[in-house]
Write a protein that binds this ligand. Sequence first.
Ligand SMILES: [Fe+2]
Ligand SMILES: [Fe+2]
Length: 134
Amino acid sequence: MEKINWNESFAIGVDAVDEQHKYFVSLLNELRQQVNQRDDNPAELQRIIGEFKDYTVYHFNTEEQLMRDCEYPYLMEHQQEHSGFRQHVLALHARAERGEFPLLKVIATYMTNWLLEHIQVSDARIAEYVNRSE
Ligand SMILES: [Fe+2]
Ligand SMILES: [Fe+2]
């Protein structure tokens, strides 16, 4: 799997959020790098997936608080998107903790596509509201 390079099309224009998204991309790259390895490294996969899970919870909380603070009108829809993805990540993490890593490449592809699209479409939409209220 190729490395994802951060580019300006991922930036939504809210610095705190963009910094967190950059870290997400670096975690995705660590995961994609692991998928490229010939042999599974369960301990390393567990570490990355654990960090990904923690960061997903943390990041979604950050964004949802920002949206509440500026009375973002589409908070509910955005929260539902977060909640669907968070459930996938929690399930992935639970399996990883049991030492199970099925379909890792398919999952890494799904996570990459979901996150990058979510950033560029749904997260991008919050920027004008957040910046306007500051
Ligand atoms: Fe985000
Ligand atoms: Fe989001």
